[in-house]
Design a protein around this ligand. Structure first.
Ligand SMILES: *Cc1c(COP(=O)(O)O)cnc(C)c1O
Length: 387
């Protein structure tokens, strides 16, 4: 080691730590050095386990996945570069030419788009159904039905699915629940009978609006195939993203409690306002799935509210201009309250007829309630509506 370029290119390694860091280190490394061929054989045969290549596994991904699996009261979880990546990996792990999918007719817009894409490219077929009418399921299930997709709280009308009722009608067809809006604090879909609980970790799990990540939890035998897809298609995320999401999740319980309290308060205020024609929040007795929500979401009704303004899109323009520090941002579950416009963002690519069938009108606004002081939020919202 006499030459500078040799010394510089190899760097130094530090001695093993005698005290452990209080917070996990960020393992920003492509690969892990293997201690000889014997160790490689031990990994391959399952005699011992270890990380080899970050596309396949990394301690930061493992830590986040273990946290989430624990919260979902299940064995395992797989992390992915985004929520859409995790949904795609799940579908790819299960579907082949000729297979059939049952999907709720109201899903995150990109999920519906992905299913349509796979229908054309893979030769699968997709049947949409009303997730609030589980009794219609048996007539739709076919021998080649491989998976059913629903959301615990649907976007944007916040319809709450009765998971045990859906599972019982599905028979042996496994259920995939997009639980992004509920989080494991409000609902644990696997305990209710689902096979997979999915989250866009870009939303509440990380909770700070600075990470893109997806995660699917379930029994090891149900998620192993998803892990293989993530590795083969290269859908892995970076160690830093997992580290950030793990840190964000430390405050998930507190954030969800605050968000539910704030949202219930704002829903009451909005419901009473003369400029609001309709309001969709599962915590309001008038919501179509309020009774189901009481059983499915015992710890709170979530932080997402949609409401329809009297003056249609003109009313929306006026409101967005007057909202001051509440920004129009086409995401959700940030620490700060944000508004979005479903007809122009998440559901833009549906036809006008589909939007009206699903109740997504031109005057519909979606509010993602944050963790600010409720008094401030109420004041800002009321003054924007009254102006
Ligand atoms: C955001 C979101 C997704 C997609 O997740 P990304 O992390 O944005 O890819 C899926 N489902 C729901 C309900 C979402 O809100």
């Amino acid at each position: 080691m006499s030459h500078d370029e040799t010394r510089a290119s190899r760097g130094g390694w530090y001695a093993p730590l005698t005290t452990q860091p209080s917070v996990p280190a960020i393992y920003q490394t492509t690969a892990f050095d293997v201690d000889g061929l014997e160790q490689l054989d031990d990994f391959a045969s399952g005699l011992s386990s270890g990380h080899i290549y970050t596309r396949d596994s990394n301690p930061n991904h493992e830590a986040f996945a273990a946290d989430l699996a624990g919260l979902e009261a299940t064995e395992s979880a797989v992390v992915c570069s985004s929520g859409m990546g995790a949904i795609a990996a799940t579908l790819m792990s299960r579907l082949g030419h000729g297979d059939h999918v049952l999907a709720a007719r109201v899903l995150y817009g990109r999920t519906t788009q992905l299913l349509t894409h796979l229908e054309e490219r893979l030769g699968i077929s997709v049947t949409l159904f009303d997730a609030t009418r589980p009794e219609q399921i048996p007539a739709l299930v076919r021998p080649e039905t491989r998976i059913c997709l629903v959301e615990s709280i649907s976007n944007p009308l916040m319809e709450v699915a009765d998971i045990p009722a859906i599972v019982s009608q599905l028979g042996s067809v496994p259920l995939f629940v997009d639980s992004t809006f509920a989080t494991p604090v409000l609902q644990k879909p696997i305990e209710l009978g689902a096979t997979w609980a999915f989250h866009s970790a870009s939303k509440y799990l990380n909770g700070h609006g600075d990470v893109m990540m997806g995660v699917v939890a379930g029994r090891e035998q149900d998620v192993a195939g998803i892990r293989t897809m993530v590795s083969l298609f290269g859908m892995n995320t970076s160690p830093l993203e997992s580290w950030l999401a793990s840190r964000g999740m430390r405050t998930l319980g507190l954030r969800m409690q605050r968000v539910c309290e704030n949202a219930q308060r704002l829903a009451d205020v909005l419901q009473a306002h003369s400029r609001v024609r309709a309001i969709y929040y599962p915590g309001l007795p008038g919501h179509p799935t309020h009774a189901t929500a009481g059983r499915m979401l015992p710890n709170g009704y979530g932080g997402m509210i949609s409401f329809e303004l009297q003056d249609g899109v003109d009313g929306v323009r006026r409101l967005f201009r007057n909202l001051g520090e509440i920004p129009f941002s086409p995401t959700l579950a940030d620490t700060r309250t944000t508004v979005s416009y479903p007809a122009g963002t998440s559901h833009r690519y549906l036809t006008a007829a589909q939007r009206s069938e699903f109740g997504i009108t031109d005057g519909l606004v979606r509010l993602s309630v944050g963790i600010e002081a409720a008094d401030d939020l109420e004041l800002e919202l009321l003054s924007a509506l009254d102006r």
